[in-house]
Ligand binder design. Structure first.
Ligand code: HY3
Length: 338
């Protein structure tokens, strides 16, 4: 069969959030770093992201990862992350999916009971520890790039809503973090549509007001997602909280969101609510969990930052090939906004 593009993909989800993985069909991407490769794809090959994520091949609530040889000599493998509106520098659920696929397909050697890997991402090197048993990757723990607070209590005027207070933090992506109760909402499925609607409106207002910039890479700028949070509660010696992250153009992350979790841990640490080594469990809208902690503090440029560890699970859901017929009238797919 003739095809303008043939991509071999392993379907996967981490704690409910889809992170498919392209394991074949794209031979090389120019660039000396994963960040340069990401920018190359963004600039010259964004049609790949559209092809896999838009209808009729994709859908709004999913991501796709592209496995590549690493640039950093310390890394075992590199990967780029495609989300509905952007190429993300880093993503927690996608790290867990990509690791699971690499090990369960034999692309990288699985060592039981523990496989240690270093993944090269556009945001930096991410250390991964996979607990493996009987050929299954039972869980993936990753040491995220340093997370830090950019602004606490930023006041933003949101049309038809009023003044909303958010924290701005970096956890591999830039997030606005907002107490759900402060806008009259709760993190539960009954409020899912309202959370999306109000979340997108707050995020747009934040984007107009303020642009956070990564101190080590000025190309990484601007808030991508918003996390609505419920208060921290104590469960024995663990701290537990519910959150949901709204991913543009308007849907819930099904997982607790790894980048959001690291960003929230940075905020909790600065506010004196989470100390180094304490277990933090972050729950999603569907009740799935990441087990997390702060392992240490560090510096990023002039800022205090935390080293955060996040653990979650992923499952392979399919093996498929995506093709593009040269006569397909929608080579980049479409969205209808419903
Ligand atoms: O886990 C995360 O970091 C993410 N999940 C999908 C959107 C975010 O990248």
């Amino acid at each position: 069969m003739r095809s303008l593009q043939t991509l071999s993909i392993v379907g996967c989800h981490a704690e409910g959030e889809v992170g498919d993985v392209i394991i074949g069909g794209i031979v090389n991407v120019p660039g000396k770093t994963m960040y340069e490769k990401m920018v190359h794809m963004q600039t010259h090959k964004d049609h790949v992201r559209n092809l896999v994520l838009n209808e009729p091949r994709g859908r709004l609530a999913m991501n796709t990862n592209l496995v590549l040889p690493p640039c950093n000599p310390e890394a075992d493998v590199g990967f780029l992350i495609m989300e509905s509106e952007e190429w993300a520098p880093m993503s927690g659920s996608n790290t867990i999916c990509t690791t699971t696929v690499l090990l369960e397909t034999g692309m990288l050697e699985m060592k039981e009971p523990t496989t240690h890997l270093k993944l090269d991402t556009a945001a930096g090197l991410v250390g991964v520890q996979a607990e493996c048993e009987g050929g299954k990757c039972k869980s993936v723990t990753f040491d995220n790039v340093p997370a830090f607070v950019d602004k606490l209590d930023l006041q933003v005027d949101v049309p038809d809503l009023g003044t909303v207070t958010v924290d701005i933090a970096w956890g591999g992506m830039w997030l606005a973090i907002c107490d759900a109760a402060s806008v009259g909402l709760e993190v539960r499925k009954e409020h899912a549509k309202k959370l999306v609607d109000i979340g997108e409106r707050i995020k747009t207002a934040v984007q107009k007001l303020y642009t956070p910039t990564h101190p080590e890479n000025p190309g990484i700028r601007g808030v991508s997602t918003i996390s609505f949070t419920e208060p921290l509660i104590e469960e024995g010696d663990r701290k537990v909280a519910l959150n949901t992250v709204i991913v543009s153009p308007g849907r819930h992350d099904r997982s607790p969101c790894g980048t959001g979790t690291s960003a929230r841990m940075a905020v909790l640490h600065v506010r004196g609510l989470l100390s180094i080594g304490q277990t933090f469990v972050h729950r999603s809208l569907i009740g799935s969990e990441f087990q997390c902690s702060i392992t240490d503090t560090t510096r990023v440029g002039e800022r205090n930052a935390v080293l955060s560890r996040v653990k979650g699970r992923a499952w392979i859901t399919s093996h498929k090939q995506i093709v593009l017929d040269p006569e397909d009238p929608y080579p980049e797919g479409f969205r209808v906004g419903d």
